[in-house]
Design a protein around this ligand. Structure first.
Ligand code: SDX
Length: 457
């Protein structure tokens, strides 16, 4: 077959070096695919066919391990170097100098706010922290021991029914209202879920307090007239909020973008993010870390536990990351703040187990050869525990700041000129051209595998 080279790209290829030449050995044909930002467009593969009537070639990438789904200017991560920046500003500087609400503004609008902007932003969020009284009816329907992430998932989705105007996703006023309402109300819904679990009355927001102080008040205020937050703990929580605010195209953010691409309202898109974050491989890992440390029980039990991990009986929760193949920079910052929190609270033996576990794992070739290092979840749970927050609430606390990242990514997706409803392809590997078999002529086992035998015999 002649080795014809066929320039197939729609746009004129500005510089022939910026192309990928691929040869289909089935036909001997070569194709030049444009390279932009060190990527090729998957659609440029579709010209590669054996027969003219073929559908054309696709890329196969389950879990999107090597597929860019969008262009974004919100968060930059360098997994090898352990770098995390929001709108170009290193996470270390934001944790040292900024506050969560200021970082939320930076994520959403792309610039640090001026003083008047920050004052208005803070006022608008502070004065939207109440939820409609009817929301309490939803929470009443949950069992006392319902997982708070399940309650948050339900109530965030329910918010969409209280603000039908948010369906106008292109309306700037509606977008702003949904942004401040979600940033303001998610902590309230989170705290209400906790109080429901504890059988305690709800504590309404206190507008005299800062964002993180108010959250602590809604969690822990009892009979005192006014909750007095410990400033060290409130600051540690605010830094944790900054560290969890956004993390480029992680599982839950991808869910928000995916669901949001159908032009659904932002409350429903954010509810999809809550659902994805709930998973133990994602946001649920911090809760799983605490349970893992409790299961290990003592420093002496660490070698046996690590053996079970190597035998694939367990995962070392709080370790490993799809992007960071070095220490997660957030884990370093959390660890540096942990000591301050532990000074302000009573000693927690799990800290000793966690520190020794990390040391042993980082000395072990099984983990270092797989580039498994502590991620954001390894130490955060211990701090939350020191703040007397129960493990079931850890992922809920992750969801609070991540709401800012989800909203920023949702807005960027909504305005992206490449925006289309998300609809991946598949490689079909099932049967074809089967005929229907009447019930009386079917052969096979008499029972369905798996379900408990609860049917009458
Ligand atoms: C978050 O994406 C984000 O940015 C997420 C996040 C965010 O801010 O949004 O950073 C938040 O989700 C942090 C991650 C929290 N999850 C956990 O801590 C759960 C434990 N970690 C793993 O489940 C795992 O590391 C993942 C899910 C985080 C990443 O998995 P990958 O990238 O798919 O890696 P992999 O499963 O392909 O693992 C590569 C190898 C495998 O071994 P081999 O089969 O090649 O021999 O490493 C092993 C895995 O078995 N491995 C682990 C492990 N993580 C990976 N082995 C033991 N313990 C682990 N924790």
């Amino acid at each position: 077959m002649p080795n014809e080279t066929e320039v197939v790209a729609e746009e004129t290829v500005a510089n022939s070096e910026e192309t990928l030449t691929v040869t289909d050995n089935r036909t001997g044909k070569s194709y030049e695919l444009p390279i932009v930002d060190d990527t090729i467009r998957a659609m440029d593969l579709r010209q590669i066919k054996v027969r003219e009537e073929d559908f054309g070639m696709m890329a196969f990438d389950p879990a999107f391990t090597n597929t860019a789904a969008c262009r974004s200017s919100i968060t930059y991560i360098d997994g090898e170097a352990g770098i995390l920046e929001h709108r170009g500003i290193p996470i270390e500087q934001l944790c040292e100098h900024s506050t969560f609400l200021e970082v939320a503004y930076l994520l959403v609008y792309g610039e640090l706010p001026t003083r008047p902007q920050l004052e208005d932003w803070t006022f608008d969020i502070t004065t939207h922290t109440f939820v409609h009284e009817d929301i309490k009816q939803f929470l009443k329907g949950f069992r006392y021991d319902a997982h708070p992430m399940g309650m948050l998932l339900a109530t965030v989705g329910a918010l969409s029914t209280f603000y039908p105007g948010s369906k106008n996703t292109g309306d700037q006023i509606e977008r702003y209202l949904a942004t401040i309402r979600l940033l303001a109300k998610v902590p309230t819904l989170a705290a209400f879920s906790y109080r429901h679990n504890m059988g305690l009355p709800y504590v309404y927001p206190d507008n005299d307090l800062s964002y993180s102080e108010n959250f602590l008040s809604m969690l822990f205020k009892m009979t005192e007239v006014k909750y007095e937050p410990d400033p060290r703990l409130a600051r540690a929580l605010d830094v944790l909020f900054i560290l969890h605010a956004d993390h480029e195209q992680n599982c839950s953010t991808s869910a928000v973008r995916d669901v949001g691409s159908s032009d659904v309202d932002p409350y429903s898109a954010v509810a999809a993010g809550v659902a994805a974050l709930y998973g133990p491989l994602h946001g649920g890992a911090n809760e799983a870390v605490l349970k893992m440390l409790r299961r290990i029980g003592s420093v002496e039990e660490i070698p046996a536990f690590l053996e079970s991990v190597k035998n694939r009986e367990e995962k070392l929760m709080g370790f490993g990351h799809r992007v960071y193949k070095n220490y997660d920079p957030r884990a370093k910052i959390i660890k540096s703040h942990a000591d301050g929190v532990f000074e302000a609270t009573e000693y927690n033996p799990l800290v000793e187990i966690a520190t020794e576990l990390e040391k042993r794992a980082l000395d072990d070739e099984f983990f270092t050869s797989r580039k498994l290092y502590p991620n954001v979840d390894f130490y955060s749970g211990i701090i939350y525990e020191a703040l007397k927050i129960p493990p079931e609430m850890f992922t809920v606390i992750f969801a609070i700041p991540r709401t800012a990242g989800w909203l920023a990514q949702w807005m960027e997706m909504s305005d992206d000129p490449d925006k289309k409803i998300s609809r991946p392809r598949q490689i079909y590997c099932g049967r074809r051209n089967e005929d229907y078999v009447p019930l009386g002529e079917r052969e096979g086992p008499d029972t369905i595998e798996g379900p408990p035998a609860t049917r009458p015999s």
